[in-house]
Design a protein around this ligand. Structure first.
Ligand code: PLZ
Length: 423
């Protein structure tokens, strides 16, 4: 059945509120391309929003999933436990920053991990306030909508939202021109004056913001916030759902500046495309929760855990953190060169394989979402799957699978360059 026919069925069957970037329907996918049901091949600069870092249907993941599906599909870890859940927790405890004693708990989605991190921080501190940042994205459930900054499309008309959430300015070098230290003291001053240090249960931040615009904070911002949280007795939570598992060239983006979060939330890249999420952190904080206080029917499903163990092994064996750095080293100079020729590119930024272009009216910082959308559309027409994001909708972002072959990556960049030439 063709994409056109499938699209007609979809419109009649699928709720309108669930959107899609493209109207082509996928037949199969691999380490760097998707093939649609019409037989057209797409170069994948999306990786399902930073999920298929090890590629689609990565060989180790497929094998591990097949083996697990044959043994058992579900028992519920809260009912009858199994080794794979324990082993994923061991891996998370070992891989996340810091060599302190850690514990982990597993969930299904990123939003669920963030919700649970907040629950844990509140229980451990006996406090309620959660501090989040401008441009933050943490999910679409009720609490995480409150934590997410952008109204459209995530929150509009969906309130009332959860309380005790306070938003402070993010370090956004392209727009605020502040040093990391200055941006941090601005945020800290607002927290102290408007929330009160003693009321803060958690300070929650994406070390590189994802949906909000691939915003890389100025050097020093994250360490200063982490130090403040420590002195205030608040839990510093790094939301590494988009940045984690090698995406930015380290196992976790917090490592770049040596930040050791109290809690880390993970999802997306962890399991090669199967739904799995985690909260990992200091044993004393994690174990402040009473027995039975954390859980869910499917959290840490055995098939998803088997996939995660295979994905982690793949990342280790293929050195996908190194691969992400190589992707960045290829993309950044090519994109800077493109920016020289196209003044609508206000900034090229990102780390590893999490790279973006901020599109503006030439010579200004005024966001130009229409041009970003037009470039993205031209890419789609030429078979390159790109995504936009950002509070102002003017960011073109690139999240290739970390296993993408170099020639595919370069072909994708050439398509992007052509797309800029046509708008
Ligand atoms: N935290 C940092 O990036 C998910 C959202 C796509 P879930 N980002 C993609 C969309 O429009 O819904 C994300 C994230 C960060 C939390 C989440 C939420 O993860 O697995 O989508 O719930």
């Amino acid at each position: 059945m063709s994409s056109d026919d499938l699209h007609k069925r979809r419109v009649a069957a699928v709720a309108r509120g669930v959107g899609s970037t493209i109207t082509s329907y996928v037949d199969h996918a691999s380490g760097g391309t998707l093939t649609d049901v019409d037989g057209r091949e797409w170069i994948d600069f999306a990786a399902g929003i930073a999920v298929t870092s090890v590629g689609n249907s990565a060989p180790r993941v497929v094998e591990a999933v097949q083996r697990q599906v044959e043994r058992f599909t579900h028992t519920c870890f809260m009912v009858a436990p199994y080794e794979a859940y324990v082993e994923v927790c061991e891996q998370l405890n070992a891989l996340t920053p810091g060599d302190h004693e850690k514990r982990s708990a597993l969930f299904n989605s990123g939003a669920e991990a963030v919700e649970n991190a907040v629950k844990i921080a509140r229980k451990a501190t006996g406090r309620q306030a959660v501090v989040v940042f401008d441009h933050a994205y943490h999910g679409r459930t009720n609490l995480t909508m409150a934590l997410t900054a952008k109204n459209m499309p995530y929150k509009d008309g969906f309130g009332p939202f959860a309380g005790e959430v306070y938003r402070v300015p993010m370090s956004y070098p392209f727009r605020d021109g502040r040093t990391g230290a200055d941006a941090a003291s601005l945020a800290i001053d607002i927290i102290e004056k408007q929330v009160g240090a003693d009321n803060v249960a958690a300070l929650l931040i994406e070390p590189v913001q994802g949906e909000g615009g691939f915003i890389v904070p100025a050097t020093g911002f994250l360490p200063a916030l982490a130090a403040w949280a420590k002195s205030a007795g608040a839990v510093f939570i790094a939301d590494e759902i988009q940045t984690g598992f090698c995406r930015t060239g380290d196992w976790f983006a917090s490592e770049h500046e040596g930040v050791v979060p109290d809690l880390v939330t993970t999802a997306k890249g962890i399991a090669g495309g199967l739904p799995l999420a985690g909260v990992t952190g200091r044993a004393d904080i994690m174990d402040a929760v009473h027995v039975g206080g954390l859980g869910g029917t499917y959290g840490g499903n055995p098939v998803a855990c088997a996939a995660a163990l295979a994905a982690i092994e793949t990342m280790r064996e293929l050195d996908l953190a190194g691969a992400a750095r190589t992707i960045g080293a290829i993309m950044l100079p090519a994109l800077r060169d493109l920016a020289e020729r196209h003044p609508v590119i206000g900034e090229v930024r990102g780390r590893g394989a999490m790279i973006a272009l901020e599109i503006v009216k030439p010579g200004t910082t005024e966001p130009d979402a229409a041009t970003a959308a037009a470039v993205s559309k031209a890419c789609h027409e030429a078979g390159l799957l790109t995504l936009t994001c950002g509070t102002y909708g003017n960011i073109l972002r690139f999240l290739p699978p970390l296993v993408m072959p170099e020639d595919t990556l370069r072909t994708g960049l050439a398509i992007l360059a052509d797309a800029f030439a046509t708008v």
